[in-house]
Design a protein around this ligand. Structure first.
Ligand code: ATP
Ligand code: MG
Length: 202
């Protein structure tokens, strides 16, 4: 649809949590996005860490988490790919599917600072603008520096911080800690039922 603004929220989502949902919702409102599409990554050829949940489980948890928000959607663009996806290719896919739409890549501060090291960063910035959500532990000065260098293509979202990470959730789940209130109850239940993260996989 021409003129539409679409947010793309990529991630491993292992599992999805309130930090992701909050960043997506803030970006949606601040940038007047018509929708935010969550794009869970596929399974890399070599698992990055032993407890990593399958692409299918990560997709299912993300789908559960966004239920009830009519402005949130989910895409299998990266889920079904056997090889690791490049963000530039994913953005190009959304550009093809939505000609005329304006694309915004929503990231946390850690990911935004890493973009210069990603595959073809210039192509990424030619396809979208990047909306950066603050994240605890990341100095705002650094983001401001990056945004000055990137000019218009980077937008810093001046929102509150949600101090939660998927790593923390996996570690808590592995140690039988409570992950309630870090991610929606539906995701907590999925993790418990499927016994995700409950052993080190060693
Ligand atoms: P992990 O601990 O496994 O790296 P994560 O919590 O960082 O997981 P990812 O799936 O790696 O989650 O992140 C996807 C995107 O969401 C990234 O752009 C990341 O910066 C952003 N993000 C993750 N957690 C937060 C948070 N608490 N606040 C703002 N952005 C976040
Ligand atoms: Mg991360």
């Amino acid at each position: 649809m021409s003129g539409e603004k679409i947010g793309i929220m990529g991630g491993t989502f292992d599992p999805v949590h309130y930090g992701h949902l909050f960043a997506a919702e803030q970006a949606r409102v601040v940038l007047s996005l018509g929708m935010v599409v969550f794009v869970p990554s596929g399974t890399p050829p070599h698992k990055s860490y032993p407890m990593m949940a399958s692409a299918e489980d990560r997709y299912a948890m993300t789908e559960l988490a966004i239920r009830g928000n009519d402005h949130f959607a989910i895409s299998r663009a990266e889920t079904d790919r056997p090889e690791a996806s490049y963000t530039a290719d994913t953005l190009e896919y959304f550009r093809r599917e939505n000609p005329g739409a304006e694309l915004f890549l929503i990231t946390g501060a850690d990911a935004a600072l890493d973009i210069p090291n990603w595959h073809e960063p210039d192509r990424i910035l030619s396809l979208c603008r990047v909306a950066v959500a603050a994240r605890p532990g990341y100095v705002r000065d650094k983001i401001t520096e990056l945004s000055e260098a990137a000019g218009d293509s980077l937008i810093v979202l001046d929102t509150g911080l949600i101090d939660v990470s998927a790593t923390e959730i996996r570690e808590l789940a592995a140690g039988n800690g409570s992950i309630r209130y870090m991610t929606p109850d539906s995701v907590c239940r999925y993790i418990a039922e499927k016994k995700l993260y409950s052993c080190t996989g060693a």
